[in-house]
Write a protein that binds this ligand. Structure first.
Ligand SMILES: Nc1ncnc2c1ncn2[C@@H]1O[C@H](COP(=O)(O)OP(=O)(O)O)[C@@H](O)[C@H]1O
Ligand SMILES: [Mg+2]
Length: 355
């Protein structure tokens, strides 16, 4: 096996009794990449991470680091470190000893342990807390200790299993930023499991979407969002308005589609034929108001409802009795008195899927 990937998990199958939890799953992660496994609860993310770490033995498939087959290697020989959702710190040890634990097992000298632990304590901004017990720390601080404990052994690959999901919103935002900065500074190859699409999009260079033990798609966050390869991925990564349509005409790469909200012009990579039935999708936040003059689609709609949320306005629109959503900025739809608006949709922002 010779490839340029830092980590490959290939054709992994895992069954528990007759339930297939991982159904021939493959992922390839490049050196220094931040790779997110994104999927709903029960889709098999943790199981795949544990297979990579060596805690779970797959029924089929192989794991490689730098093209070396490590499928049979025990977890402690894989040069990986894992951070869990529930922190899993030792309650009877202080912060310093929790972090030093992996180094003590390796029987490193005390002065080296001290140096290494202090270095990671600094990285996670916990220098002041070395002698505290975990139960005297906030959730965010405990998770930083867990992160430091993983980093201190200088693993080749860092595995993180929903590390932020037990934290409240403010701590989650803070630690999310810190994880991003740490990754930028250390360049450590990272596999990050989450069910939170915003978290995956914010952190990762590459996102794999997992559903029911399968990988539904792998791409950069922006491509998954802008050019999803299936309607399931489009639905999973943010909201979409979906309209039924029929392709009326294709001219010079531009498709004209008759939909429930009128004729829509779309520029798409997929091959369509005239007369074909399609699903036409538009993300609420890509609907413009006021319509950009250069926009290919301009549609007069009724405003059914307007919810002011501070930074955004959620709007319910209607056209031909079809209800759909838009998200406007507060500078646009300033009054709740407005009953009609001319919206714009760029042809490249229209997503087309075959049905
Ligand atoms: N040790 C186990 N024994 C039996 N079933 C399991 C075990 N671990 C996980 N599963 C099942 O595998 C499926 C995927 O679980 P998991 O990998 O934890 O998903 P996720 O992390 O995406 O929520 C679930 O249906 C879960 O119940
Ligand atoms: Mg899980």
């Amino acid at each position: 096996m010779n490839n340029s990937f830092k980590l490959s998990a290939l054709e992994i199958v895992k069954k528990y009794r007759d339930i297939i939890v991982l159904n021939n799953v493959s992922i390839n992660v490049k050196e220094s990449q931040f790779f997110a496994l994104l999927g709903p609860s029960g889709s098999g993310k943790t199981t795949l991470l544990r297979v990579i770490a060596g805690f779970v033995k797959p029924d089929c498939g192989r794991i490689f680091i730098d093209s070396k087959d490590i499928t049979q290697s025990p977890p402690n020989k894989r040069n990986m470190a894992m951070v869990f959702q529930n922190f899993s710190l030792w309650p009877h040890m202080n912060v310093f000893e929790n972090i030093a634990f992996g180094l003590r097992i390796k029987k490193l000298a005390d002065n080296i342990i001290k140096e290494k632990v202090n270095r990671v304590l600094k990285m996670v901004h916990l220098e002041q807390y070395a002698s505290k017990k975990p139960q005297h720390l906030s959730g965010g601080q405990q998770q930083r200790v867990a992160l430091a404990r993983a980093l201190v052994v200088e693993p080749e690959i860092l595995l993180l299993d929903e590390p932020l999901s037990n934290l409240d919103a403010k701590l989650r935002d803070e630690l999310r930023q810190e994880i991003k900065t740490l990754h930028k500074n250390l360049g450590i190859t990272t596999v990050y499991v989450t069910h939170d699409q915003k978290e995956a999009m914010y952190l990762a260079d590459m996102v794999a979407i997992m559903t029911n033990g399968n990988i539904a798609g792998v791409d950069s966050p922006e491509r998954l969002y802008r050019k999803p390869s299936s309607i399931e991925i489009a639905r999973f990564l943010g909201e979409v308005n979906e309209f039924r349509g029929v392709v009326k005409e294709i001219k010079a790469g531009v498709s004209h589609i008759e939909t429930q909200i009128g004729n829509i012009v779309a520029i798409t990579d997929i091959d369509l034929v005239e007369g074909e039935k399609v699903s036409v999708c538009v993300r609420p936040e890509l609907i413009q108001f006021p319509a950009n003059p250069a926009s290919e689609n301009k549609i007069m709609c009724q405003v059914i409802n307007r919810e002011f949320t501070g930074s955004l306005i959620n709007v319910t629109l209607a056209k031909n009795n079809m209800i759909f959503k838009a998200i406007f900025t507060p500078s646009s739809l300033k009054s709740s008195e407005v009953k009609e608006c001319l919206i714009g949709i760029d042809a490249r922002d229209v997503l087309i899927f075959k049905v």
